[in-house]
Design a protein around this ligand. Sequence first.
Ligand code: CDP
Length: 225
Amino acid sequence: MADPDLTSPAPAPLVVAIDGPAAAGKGTLALRIAAHYALPYLDTGLLYRAIGRLAAASGVDPDDAEATAAIARTLDTRALDDGSLRGREAGELASRVAVHPPVRAALEAFQRDFARSAKGAVLDGRDIGTVICPGADVKIFVTASPEVRARRRTDELVAKGREATYERILAEVRERDERDAGRATAPLRAAADAHLLDTSELDIETAFQAACELIDRFLARRSGV
Ligand code: CDP
């Protein structure tokens, strides 16, 4: 009998785009999905965080489009492994450099190439379903109320022993939402064909199950089941 591994074609790649505002739970969800479906995962926010951080470290004004784009064009993706990029300060710098069209343009090819991997990929960010992977197989827009997101982020920071007050975090969440959704290039918004997943009242396990249902439904449809 023929070896089925040699005769059956490789499964078609699966590309999952996850977008949404700060602290909606995108990252945790994307990681779980990537592990469950054995897909490579790219947290695209880290790209903007790394550029913001490099700008600050080298005395470049984060609001200077050309100077920050020059950093973006030579970004070494090994810089993404730095755990401190996930902090609040880097998040704030990221949303400032992310408004510049030449910064975004410089990051496009890397993100698209990542999504073209043979197996497919999970990418999370703000413009994955709208700009980077408009043809993604499954698009999920993860939201939660600003209050719930601020509460989660505050708890997360306090658990890590950092100083954080709910009011201050809520103000930061609102400010970042406004900047991300209000910018002219690639603003934060759900693609027309994205599935909305409001996690205000869902824990991560329930949100993950809901996302898996969407993906499994897509896979079943694609394989004609
Ligand atoms: O984890 P959190 O949602 O707080 O932030 P993040 O996903 O790491 O993104 C940090 C900032 O980078 C966002 O506030 C956006 O301004 C920007 N960003 C973007 O513009 N486009 C992306 N695809 C990802 C992040």
